[in-house]
Design a protein around this ligand. Sequence first.
Ligand code: TAP
Length: 495
Amino acid sequence: MEGKDMLSWIEANAGKTYKNYVDGEWVESTGKKTYPLYHVARKDQLLGYFPDSREEDVELAVQAAHRAFQTWSKLPGPERGAILLRFADLLERDAEELAFRLSAEQGKTLGESRGEVARAAKETRYAAGEAFRIEGETLPSERPNVWNSTIRVPIGVVAAIAPWNFPVITPVRKIAPALAYGCTVVSKPASNTPWAMVKLIELLEEAGVPKGVVNLVNGSGSRVGQPLVSHPLVRGISFTGSTKQGLAIQETAAKRLARTQLELGGKNPAIVLNHHDLAYVAKQIVSAAFACSGQRCTAISRVIVLKQHAAALTEALRQEMKAIKVGPAWEPGVTMGPLVSKEHLDTVQSYIEIGKSEGARLVVGGDILSAGEYANGYYMTPALFAEVTAEMRIAREEIFGPVLSVIAVRDEEEALAIANSVEYGLAASVFTDDLSSAYRFAERLESGMVHINHGTASAAHLPFGGVKHSGFGAYSIGHSNQEFFTELKVVYVQY
Ligand code: TAP
């Protein structure tokens, strides 16, 4: 199907009223309230009505997940994995519909949405494999005829709370491993991206996930997220979102020793040392900075470059940015969609003003687009600032939009110091021809993930996470998930 089919598909499917999914049934929220959701790039097009749920709905969902845990956790891992493998196939079967919903509610290009769905299928297959390899250790005993081993058991009900930037991959990244390890789930999507999530639940149901194992409660952070985080039967909280919310969640969870897996904000640097091909470097940086309109936790937002290369790299970045075509998701050739909302566009725009007032030089972009088709969404051109210093707010704060800053430095030591000077530590790229510099930076960067000579793009089977204020708890995606979704039990057997 081509992009234009997205519009006709939405036309034919928009306007329905959706429900929560609790204990295997689609149910209205107990308060019977709903809220409308609109197409991000067709401001007046209603996509649907979604439950505006409250604490009572959370209670029902958690109780259902708790009951289901008693049987789901005892199902052999390979059987749970088999259900996930079917789910991965279904994601691929309905990829186009998922991409349409995703692009409509979030705004990203159809190419990006298709990529996100494909990635969700890949990560699900990896998680399905995890269900076959939940491992423990066997150790020699101090005493004769005693067998000592450790086993891993699922922790119980897990809350899966997701942000709006990746409405398919983020919930899947939580639900698939939870199910693989034997946990049950209550999922809360971001309130402005609930549409693709409904489809994910339908596919999980079709794949054979038993009732109560995955539950969906739609609604706001305060009325749904907060009671979910506070619920005594929720043993783990996998949260992706802002550092501010993550800190609040950590405080609540700590009071009852619930586990957390927090994936938070970033201010990710690309450090450019001596590299023979600045055009290649610029291509990598631009792609990692402006994918998903810069609304990625791992988006590159600071370029820290040796000063002798600063002018040439700035020019190479400017050239590369010329190729970015801003527009609606369905239009052929578009490489950057709108921002997710008017409020978010306003926030990002305020940083353009902050950058200018701080004395940075706006090289290109940063303009609001509002003519013709652009009037139907929240568009801006990607922005590049040069002559940025490490103290400026645009160099320290997460903007979460298409704004890139170039900071020139004297030497490698200064580059490292500036890279490490912010409160975040999620992902970093280093571009260099020198192997020793590459290893030195890999070791000394305060960052959960380091990419040498490519942008901040992660893989579907490696641990994913951040340090400092970018994350807390076990990394997601990879085998590291086992640390979050299971707990250790030590078994002594006298024979
Ligand atoms: P947040 O405002 O933190 O929202 C994230 C989720 O938390 C939403 O579902 C939100 O619900 C919910 N929430 C809000 N208040 C809550 C509360 N009191 N208790 C429990 N849940 C609550 O983040 P966002 O603006 O959607 O997403 C952008 C942020 O996410 C950025 O900082 C970005 O860096 C970060 N992010 C990080 C990663 C990784 S992997 N590190 C990945 C993607 C995004 P509502 O939608 O109803 O407000």
